[in-house]
Write a protein that binds this ligand. Structure first.
Ligand SMILES: CC1(C)CN(C2CCCC2)C(=O)N1c1ccccc1/C=C/C(=O)NO
Ligand SMILES: [Zn+2]
Length: 417
């Protein structure tokens, strides 16, 4: 039953986790418990949402995500600032994509008849996985503009965390759309971040391997990419085995943690925490980008992992506690209400607040039935990840990541000589 509570009666849906912890502890000891209060930049504008609502495989997802976050009162909570995206232009896309690919997207923007120029489009990956649609070019520029606005917020040093839930399109290649990704806002953002930060760490939590981001930086040590993903015969994109470590100067700066179906919150969080602890120690990044694709959640049509908001929330919280400038991006996520739940929870994690379980009354309230709760329940499907298999994978990753530390220290040593 949707109660039409008046604005003033709606109880604040936010319990600052800090206040609970600190009320009983002498003030001088508070610092050690309270997560450092972070200034958070939330990239949003009505145009950004209207355009991203047009994405064919996630129709109207953008508005559900934003409206749920807004309904919890998170956008009027002290440490958050809403920043409108800068107007992304051709020049931004061209920092990664080829001229001919960008020209094709521009040409398709006005194109009504999606059957026309089929062979031309196929050549650039515009096909059934990545169908053309009206305003495709405006959407592409807006998404890239939003992620770059997040980068700008971090390089300005005014914000510790920047959030763009319309970004995170990790499969798009230089001259080809792939896996429903038309432009790679992640690669464009990482390139921009390396202008201000010496070592940038990319973490991909999406169900799928962050292949195009890894390949874009496989030959450099300026960016380290770490991807946790389902890896099994026939599953897209088919890359990202633990043996996939990068080449030349980029050797060992690609970390891949292949996983099987059914992984649960505790197992996933344990693996992510162990691997990321080693990576942080060895690589000592100065900035972080996290792709938070929500297709790893239980209930997603991908029907693969068995994660809930707790699992992915703990992973992001662990990384945010390093207190490094961090850009949070979206990505996959095909169960729209669960994706909105997930990214609302991650926004709260960035702010260090706890949300009430009841979904607040708002425009899309009825889509959160039948329980109208924020939390989602894991299924009792078997976890195909055996302890032995995970231990072997993690040990292999440890050995390689420690080599990164040696490369890094040799690098520093040579600088000193
Ligand atoms: C077309 C969509 C994106 C949608 N979808 C499912 C979800 C619900 C019904 C079909 C897919 O498997 N897709 C794909 C098809 C081909 C290649 C890749 C993907 C997904 C990539 C991804 O999520 N990367 O992070
Ligand atoms: Zn995905």
């Amino acid at each position: 039953p949707v109660t039409n509570l008046r604005e003033k009666e709606v109880p604040t849906a936010i319990t600052p986790a800090v206040s609970k912890v600190t009320e009983k502890i002498p003030t001088d000891q508070v610092a050690q418990f309270a997560p450092k209060l972070r200034r958070v930049a939330y990239i949003w504008s009505p145009q950004l949402i209207d355009l991203c609502n047009l994405l064919p495989r996630v129709l109207h997802r953008a508005s559900r995500v934003h409206t749920l976050i807004e309904s919890y009162g998170l956008l009027t909570y002290g440490p958050i600032t809403v920043l409108p995206p800068i107007e992304g232009g051709k020049e931004h896309l061209l920092t990664f994509h080829s001229q001919e690919y960008v020209d094709l997207l521009e040409f398709l923007n006005e194109e009504e008849d999606s059957e026309k120029w089929m062979e031309k489009k196929e050549e650039f990956g515009i096909s059934c996985d990545c169908p053309s649609f009206p305003r495709i070019f405006e959407v592409a520029k807006m998404i890239v503009g939003a992620s770059l606005t997040g980068v700008q917020a971090l390089t300005s040093k005014e914000y510790q965390v920047a959030i763009n839930w319309t970004g995170g399109w990790h499969h798009s290649r230089r001259d080809e759309a792939a896996g429903f990704c038309y432009v790679n806002d992640i690669v464009i953002s990482l390139l921009k971040l390396t202008e201000s930060f010496k070592r940038v760490l990319y973490i991909d939590l999406d169900l799928h391997h962050g292949d195009a981001v890894q390949d874009a930086f496989a030959h450099t040590s300026r960016i380290m990419t770490v991807s946790f993903h389902k890896y099994s015969p026939g599953f897209y994109p088919g890359t990202g085995s633990v043996e996939d470590v990068g080449y030349g100067r980029g050797r060992y700066h690609c970390v891949n943690v292949p996983l099987e179906d059914g992984i649960t919150d505790v197992v996933f969080y344990t693996v992510v925490k162990r691997v990321m602890f080693e990576v942080q120690k060895a690589y000592q990044p100065s900035a972080v980008v996290i792709q938070c694709g929500a297709d790893c959640l239980v209930g997603d049509p991908m029907n693969s992992f068995n994660l809930t908001l707790k699992g992915i929330g703990n992973c992001v919280d662990f990384i945010l506690r390093w207190n490094l400038p961090t850009l949070l991006l979206g990505g996959g996520g095909y169960h729209t209400p669960n994706t909105a739940r997930c990214w609302t929870q991650l926004t709260a994690v960035a702010l260090g607040v706890r949300l009430k379980s009841e979904i607040p009354d708002h425009q899309f309230f009825l889509e959160y039935g039948p329980d109208y709760q924020l939390e989602i329940t894991p299924s009792n499907r078997p976890d195909l990840n055996t302890k032995d298999c995970l231990r072997t994978t993690v040990q292999t990753v440890f050995r390689r990541v420690r080599l990164v530390f040696q490369v890094l220290s040799i690098g520093n040593w040579m600088l000193v000589q």
